[in-house]
Design a protein around this ligand. Sequence first.
Ligand SMILES: NC(=O)c1ccc[n+]([C@@H]2O[C@H](COP(=O)([O-])OP(=O)(O)OC[C@H]3O[C@@H](n4cnc5c(N)ncnc54)[C@H](OP(=O)(O)O)[C@@H]3O)[C@@H](O)[C@H]2O)c1
Length: 258
Amino acid sequence: MDTNQPPSGMLQDLHEQVALVTGASSGIGQAVAKALAQRGVHVALAARRTDRLQALSEELASDGHGEALVLACDVRDPDQVQAAVRQTVERWEHLDILVANAGFGYRASLVDGDIARWKDMIDTNVYGLLLTLKYGVPPMLERKRGHVIVTSSVAGRMPTLGGSAYCGSKFAATAIADVLRQEVGPQGVRVTTIEPGVVISEFQEVAGYTPGILENMLKGATPLQPEDIARAVVFAIEQPVHYAISEMVVRPTGQAFP
Ligand SMILES: NC(=O)c1ccc[n+]([C@@H]2O[C@H](COP(=O)([O-])OP(=O)(O)OC[C@H]3O[C@@H](n4cnc5c(N)ncnc54)[C@H](OP(=O)(O)O)[C@@H]3O)[C@@H](O)[C@H]2O)c1
């Protein structure tokens, strides 16, 4: 039993824990990074758009949440991912929370699919996820504690028209997280797969959604905001260490499908 932990039933104090968040320059990753920083977590912010990360870091500092680490990191590049993990551990000596969140969407029927977009998507959502986990998990295994959050999607549970590549990438993300959980759970590292429904972010623009796509999914329902997902992520992380939330599906109430 870990005697440093609060008694069963009490939430963990995240103060002074260390998190690395990929895709922290926008949307869900940015909201998770903020929510963790607000709870006293030291956050390392990783993405390609470092100007965004710098602005977030300055916002967190001016709100009194300490200095975040800004890391230029394309998750498709093993050297950059390794460097991001190394710099985080060098700065704060350990890693408690890894939020593997970087990713993007793309919809097209299979025969119309753009093969360059497919390749980029698989490289980011699948290979980039594998790299993030491969290099981010060992510092947790060394200490036999840690929490990995993998951002999959409802598209990783339910295939939809136009989602051959995206749903394929998110089914892969869910499977990768399931395997990782079996491999590292017995060594004290928790793995939570988070599967959001419609969340308003830059995702829709990057994916090239037309207004009709969202209307069809929501049918008038109020969509989620990135902060809604951040709340779910923090809920999972704050649970006592013996208590692992393996999977969280978070949809807008009225989103019946997918
Ligand atoms: N929004 C939704 O409805 C929804 C629903 C289910 C699941 N998701 C998943 O949630 C995650 C975050 O999406 P979001 O809604 O927050 O979208 P977003 O606002 O577009 O954010 C995507 C983030 O991923 C980063 N990213 C993309 N490619 C990257 C790369 N090669 N290397 C490093 N970072 C990269 C982007 O940063 P840079 O461009 O600066 O690198 C950005 O910070 C994704 O995995 C997405 O599939 C979203």
